[in-house]
Ligand binder design. Structure first.
Ligand SMILES: C[S@@+](CC[C@H](N)C(=O)[O-])C[C@H]1O[C@@H](n2cnc3c(N)ncnc32)[C@H](O)[C@@H]1O
Length: 287
């Protein structure tokens, strides 16, 4: 790029985000009579991955209610502080306290979606020994949190995400958002997306080496229907295939059902808190 007498300046956009791992040079390039040897290198304008906000309507409701209550408490105090200062202060503190509680809950929910969930994703994936050639299935992949995390650990393997893309449980939920995130993480060439209900998977028996799922199965209200999703996992796993499921609700039920379905080494992790709720990772192996 650089010569002794002059500078050949270029803008190097790295391959990250194109999904093929290739470096590409774009933009201008040319010689100039500069006296220093400098190579400029810039990253491409690929948006960072965004895995969405869980239960977005609920977070919004808590934030709005909290804000309104705090404002109401302040107005209550200001209007009544001269006539009955003691009562005004007590009411304002009670109202404002509840409002701050709502705001804190919204903040914890946002933190859980943005930070806590990513830590748990790494714990789930670090608990699996990877060869790099696995066929991986993520049930209820949403915007690709576990799917892309798993794909990044693969060399020749591929990760498949299955979802019905419900917008009420995850903000901006769509296959396009998952693919965009995979591009941002440089893993687009290792993922595949399928629109399907996890109770009836569009795959043959013995297809996957690893099945993972996070915060998805509890969205199925009836126990018998959740058991169908678990039975599908067992069906599509290859012999010796491994499963890791994180959920805030029913992890004990999943462990029991997977055992009844014939899986071995069924284990429950310790509690992991998200949104102030205790969740657990269930792991098991198909004999
Ligand atoms: C809270 S989001 C979690 C997404 C992702 N696993 C994560 O941890 O970020 C739950 C996901 O499960 C999906 N889901 C819920 N019920 C489903 C079903 N019966 N079949 C397929 N996907 C489902 C939703 O569409 C949503 O994407």
């Amino acid at each position: 790029m650089a010569s002794r007498t002059g500078l050949r300046a270029g803008v190097l956009w790295r391959g990250r985000g194109y999904g093929d791992g290739e470096n590409r040079e774009v933009g201008f390039q040319g010689d100039a009579n500069f006296s220093s040897n400098v190579t400029w290198s810039l990253s491409p304008p690929v948006p960072a991955a965004n895995y969405g906000i869980d239960a977005p309507k609920l977070v919004q409701r808590f934030a709005v209610r909290g804000g309104l209550l705090v404002v109401f408490a302040a107005v209550l105090y200001i209007v009544n502080r001269r006539t009955s200062p003691g009562t005004a202060l007590a009411l304002a503190l009670a109202c404002g306290g509840i409002g701050l509680g709502f705001l804190a809950t919204a903040g914890i929910m946002l933190w859980s979606s943005r930070v806590g969930k990513l830590k748990i994703r790494d714990e789930i994936l670090n608990g699996i020994t990877w060869r790099g050639d696995e066929a991986v299935l993520d049930l209820g992949c949403g915007r690709g949190l576990l799917l892309i995390g798993a794909a990044k650990r693969l060399k020749t393997g591929r990760a498949t995400g299955v979802d019905t893309w419900r917008a009420d449980v995850l903000s901006g939920n769509s296959s396009e958002a998952a693919m965009q995130n995979a591009k941002a993480e440089g893993a687009a060439d290792r993922i595949r997306l399928e629109t399907s209900d996890i109770r009836k998977l569009p795959f043959g028996a013995n297809t996957f080496d690893v099945a993972v799922s996070s915060l998805a199965i509890h969205n199925i209200p009836a126990r018998a229907e959740r058991a169908k999703a678990l039975a599908e996992i067992v069906r599509v796993l290859k012999p010796s295939g491994r499963v890791a499921i994180f959920d805030l609700m029913y992890p004990g039920e999943y462990a029991k059902t997977l055992g009844e379905l014939g899986l071995s080494d069924v284990k429950l992790s310790g509690y992991k808190f998200l949104w102030c709720l205790p969740g657990r990772i269930v792991t098991a192996r198909k004999p």
